[in-house]
Design a protein around this ligand. Structure first.
Ligand code: HXC
Length: 508
């Protein structure tokens, strides 16, 4: 028996050594942790159950039969994060660059199947060069199987990808089909083809960072939802994010004990809106002052900053926040902001997370660059997402709600459950100046000024909308947390179903 136990230990030690000390040292020298070290940081201590540690590839081409490493470049299993079950796979860059073989794919699909069957989130830690080149179509087939499961899992369990090294090919397409992608600054890259292929095909000279670094994907392409300075920060933040997410689409938003009184008033909010309606203010201040303990996990903080999206809690329960940001482009809705918020709203709706919307929006951004770029279709995504969402929707208009953007931002007409406005709200087809110049074209300056005042007095208030019941109540800014928390409590058992359909046809 002792001999057998010793053999088990020896085999385990070989598997844990991955691609060998030299490659582990190289991994550390690049500022990266190994796959197992990453899982140690990410999971609760002692909770990791590893599977398929002894799986090896079956390739006999290009001398591969002489290079077999148990585990075959990916560490898989499950564990817990703050006591809640999660399935994990972590690419081991020290073994064939973490590349995906047929058997490597089977390890991942086994974990995906388990996650779907057991209805728990799945987190992939990526540091890998795509399909194992020596295996050809067997590797491509393996990716196909992974992709298929990504799609089946979508909307059933949360799927999170963390990009922690250079990633190419299938190792970017699979993350692209998950709910969230996070990156590590200066050492993770995502591209379909790397700089060498780009040079050959397009003759462009570009570095890996310029082609697919964290900066590019968090600010330009919007592929990534956030970036962190190092592996440890990224993994600790993923633990924090998971605390906000339900385990699956039936479980409901998670609840954690809160020490923040849901009835708390904040008098400073009464002066948040500047006297000058064209002066900006930071909408994040409103979010931070209304969520439990000021704890807010922002999604895509560096992309389309004219809209803010992220998770917070109200009375202990997760809520998705969407808020126009007057500090950036006056909070206007453009194509990027619409796409960003639409995806976030759909995530919340998939996973039964109530949505709170703070509105201060001067409208959609006019101009050829927006129109040529498909503003109609992108704006429609957000409109569609809010309209189809059946989760509780609570809306607070703080200042401007002009034109189509009024309708889009979780208005009463899109089945907003509770729609509040601050006394400073201005709900109208457009701002006073634009409106008067159209209605009273040709009037002299004095006439324009008089009509502008009349328009402002009449329309730029919340009361016309409140008289029609489009606004349920005009509330004091200081009471926003209390009002929103009470509305969400009232809506806890909300039941609303859309007509049966195979799936909708959102304008992609
Ligand atoms: C087999 C690979 C590999 C791969 C890397 N390695 N990628 N082995 N198949 N795809 C191995 C290297 O041979 C090397 O082995 C080790 O991993 C580390 O790689 P390096 O190149 O030394 O590291 P680095 O300089 O950091 O570059 C990392 C990299 C680069 C950017 C990922 O290796 C690279 O460009 N790889 C190929 C990427 C690619 O084109 N993949 C196929 C995509 S097609 P040793 O023994 O020296 O340690 C695809 C199809 C899916 O994925 C389709 C989706 C729709």
């Amino acid at each position: 028996m002792k001999h057998i136990l010793d053999e088990l230990e020896t085999r385990r030690a070989t598997a844990r050594a991955g691609g060998g000390q030299k490659r582990i040292d190289a991994q550390h020298a690049r500022g990266k942790l190994t796959a197992r070290e990453r899982l140690e940081v990410f999971l609760d201590p002692g909770s990791f159950e590893e599977y398929d540690m002894f799986v090896e590839h079956r390739s006999n081409d290009f001398g591969m039969e002489k290079q077999k490493i148990p585990g075959d470049g990916v560490v898989t299993g499950w564990g817990t994060v703050n006591g809640r079950k999660v399935f994990v796979f972590a690419k081991d860059f020290t073994v064939f660059g973490g590349s995906l073989s047929e058997t490597h794919a089977l390890k991942i699909t086994k974990i995906q199947d388990m996650a779907i069957r057991n209805r728990a989130p799945i987190i992939g830690l990526f540091d890998a060069g795509g399909a194992r080149i020596q295996e050809g179509v067997a590797a491509l087939g393996g990716y196909g199987e992974v992709f298929q499961r990504n799609v089946l899992a979508s909307g059933v369990i949360p799927q999170i990808s963390v990009i922690m090294g250079p990633c190419a090919g299938g190792d970017v397409y699979s993350p692209a089909m998950t709910d969230f992608i996070f990156m590590v600054r200066d050492r993770s890259y995502m591209f379909v083809t790397g700089p060498d292929v780009v040079k050959t095909v397009t003759n462009e000279t570009v570095t890996a960072e310029e082609l697919g670094g964290a900066k590019v994907h968090t600010t330009k392409s919007s592929i990534a939802d956030g970036a962190y300075d190092n592996d440890v920060d990224a993994l600790i933040e993923m633990r924090r994010l998971l605390d906000f997410l339900p385990g699956n689409n039936k479980e409901g938003a998670p609840e954690w004990p809160s020490f923040d009184d849901p009835e708390r008033y904040d008098e400073s909010l009464d002066t948040l809106i500047p006297d000058n309606p064209n002066k900006p203010y930071d909408i994040k201040e409103l979010i931070l002052k209304t969520v439990d303990e000021g704890d807010f996990f922002e999604i895509q903080p560096d992309f389309a900053r004219n809209i803010v999206t992220g998770f917070g809690r109200m009375d202990g329960r997760t809520v998705g926040f969407v808020a126009n940001q007057p500090m950036v482009l006056a909070g206007v809705l453009d194509s990027d902001a619409s796409r960003k918020a639409a995806r976030f709203v759909r995530f919340c709706d998939c996973f039964e997370i109530p949505i709170v919307t703070y509105v201060d929006v001067p409208g959609f951004l006019p101009g050829t660059s927006q129109e040529y770029g498909g503003l109609i279709k992108h704006g429609a995504k957000l409109l569609f997402a809010y309209a189809e969402a059946t989760v509780p929707k609570v809306t607070v208009i703080t200042r401007k709600a002009f034109g189509g953007a009024y309708d889009v931002m979780a208005s009463k007409h899109l089945r907003g459950d509770v729609n509040y406005a601050w006394p400073t709200a201005q709900i109208a087809v457009m701002g006073a100046k634009g409106a008067v110049e159209i209605i009273f074209r040709g009037a002299d300056a004095e006439g324009i000024a008089a009509k502008t005042k009349e328009y402002e007095d009449h329309f730029l208030t919340p009361f016309v909308a409140a008289e029609r019941g489009y606004i349920d109540e005009v509330i004091k800014p200081r009471s926003t947390r209390r009002r929103v928390a009470r509305a969400l409590a009232m809506l806890r058992n909300k039941r609303l179903e859309n007509p049966w359909k195979k799936h909708d046809n959102i304008p992609l």
